[in-house]
Design a protein around this ligand. Structure first.
Ligand code: SF4
Ligand code: SF4
Length: 66
């Protein structure tokens, strides 16, 4: 099953990945990362491996595995 890995300390919280995910698999975390912002977390239930999130991330914080 497709899944992603998020490097939470690289994430700057721009939320672009949340907007492009067609399956609603990403959401803002409630815990701060090392940058002092709330990064994105993966819900992990219905990822298709479309790679939209990984492609749009300006900080290469997301890796997609099919
Ligand atoms: S690979 Fe596609 S479906 Fe999976 S989390 Fe990223 S945008 Fe969503
Ligand atoms: S697109 Fe990248 S930097 Fe922006 S919120 Fe998503 S993982 Fe974080």
């Amino acid at each position: 099953m497709a899944h992603i890995k998020i490097k939470r300390d690289k994430c700057k919280g721009c939320m672009l990945c949340i907007k492009v995910c067609p399956k609603g698999q990403l959401k803002e975390d409630s815990v701060l990362n090392k940058k002092g912002i709330k990064p994105v977390v993966f819900l992990g239930q219905d990822c298709t491996g479309c790679t939209f999130c990984g492609v749009i991330c300006p900080d290469t914080a997301i890796e997609v595995y099919k």
